[in-house]
Design a protein around this ligand. Structure first.
Ligand SMILES: C[S@@+](CC[C@H](N)C(=O)[O-])C[C@H]1O[C@@H](n2cnc3c(N)ncnc32)[C@H](O)[C@@H]1O
Length: 244
C-alpha cells in the first residue's frame, strides 16, 4: 500500500504526492485534460482588454493551453502549492488560497471557472458564493462536477478509480454535488446556471484504455472528447451568467 493510499479520501496532500502526474497526458489526471478542453469550449473570447478569468481550484493550470488566444488574464486559486507552481509555468498567475475565501475583489472577474473543484470542497455552497461574488454583472461562470447520486458513486469511484484515468482515493463521494441544489444556490447568488450531463466518448475512451493497458502509448492517439449526454446523473457541466 502506498503512502497516498493511507491518506483519507479527498485529502489535499494527495495532490502533492501526485504532482508529477498533472501534465502527463497518459497520467493519473488524464481525464482532467479532456475535461479542461471541454470547459474551455464554454468560454467565449474576451470582449474587452484586460479581461480576467479566475480559475478556482486551478490545479496545475490544465485549462491554460485551451484558453490561448481568447484574450484573458488567467488567475488560478488553489490550496496546493506544488500544483500552483506548475500552473505558473503555464502562464497562470498563482494565488495560494481557499476557494471558500478567495483573496480577490468583488466583481473582478469576467469569467470564473471551477473545474472538478466543488466535489472536493466540504462546504461547496461557500465556494459557489465566492465564485458568484467574484463575477462582474454579465460575467460567466463555467464549471463541471460530479452529481450526488448512487450512479455517480458507482461510475466515478467504484469503477473510475480502478481505471488509470482517476487516482484512487481522490474523491470523497459524500461531497458530491446535487445538480438541482447547485442551480438553486447559484440563483441565490444572482447566477442563472444551466447544467447538462457530459461524459467521455465511449469508443475513444476504450481505445485510450487499451493503448494504456498494452503500454503502447496512449498519448500517441487522439485524446478522448467529452460529449454532452442526456443525463446529469454522473458528470455535468454548468454555464451561467451573473445577472446585473
Ligand atoms: C480534481 S483537481 C482539479 C484541478 C483543475 N481544476 C483541473 O480541472 O485540472 C482539484 C483541485 O482543487 C484543489 N482544491 C481542493 N479544495 C480546494 C479549496 N477548498 N480551495 C482551493 N482549491 C482546492 C486541489 O488542490 C486540486 O488542485
Amino acid at each position: 500500500m502506498s503512502d497516498r493510499s493511507r491518506l483519507p479520501p479527498n485529502d489535499p496532500r494527495q495532490y502533492d504526492e501526485l504532482a508529477d502526474e498533472w501534465w502527463r497526458p497518459d497520467g493519473a489526471f488524464a481525464m482532467l485534460h479532456w475535461l479542461a478542453r471541454a470547459r474551455a469550449a464554454l468560454v467565449p473570447p474576451a470582449t474587452r482588454p484586460h479581461a480576467l478569468l479566475v480559475d478556482l481550484g486551478c490545479g496545475a493550470g490544465l485549462l491554460a493551453p485551451h484558453l490561448a488566444g481568447k484574450g484573458y488574464r488567467h488567475v488560478g486559486v488553489d490550496l496546493t502549492r506544488s500544483a500552483l507552481a506548475q500552473a505558473a509555468e503555464h502562464g497562470v498567475t498563482p494565488v495560494n488560497g481557499d476557494a471558500t475565501a478567495v483573496p480577490l475583489a468583488d466583481g473582478c472577474a469576467d469569467v470564473v471557472a471551477a473545474g472538478e473543484l466543488l466535489e472536493h470542497v466540504p462546504d461547496w455552497r461557500r465556494a459557489v458564493a465566492e465564485a458568484c461574488r467574484l463575477l462582474r454583472p454579465g460575467g460567466l461562470l463555467v464549471l463541471d462536477t460530479l452529481n450526488d447520486t448512487v450512479l455517480s458513486r458507482l461510475v466515478a469511484v467504484e469503477v473510475g478509480e480502478r481505471l488509470p484515468t482517476v487516482p484512487r482515493g481522490i474523491h470523497d463521494p459524500r461531497l458530491f454535488v446535487d445538480d438541482r441544489a447547485l442551480v438553486a444556490e447559484c440563483a441565490r447568488h444572482g447566477v442563472d446556471l444551466r447544467v447538462r450531463g457530459v461524459r467521455p466518448e465511449l469508443r475513444g475512451t476504450l481505445r485510450w484504455l487499451v493503448r494504456r493497458i498494452r503500454g503502447t502509448g496512449p498519448s500517441a492517439g487522439r485524446a478522448p472528447r467529452i460529449r454532452p449526454t442526456w443525463s446529469t446523473a454522473v458528470l455535468y457541466q454548468g454555464r451561467g451568467v451573473r445577472l446585473g
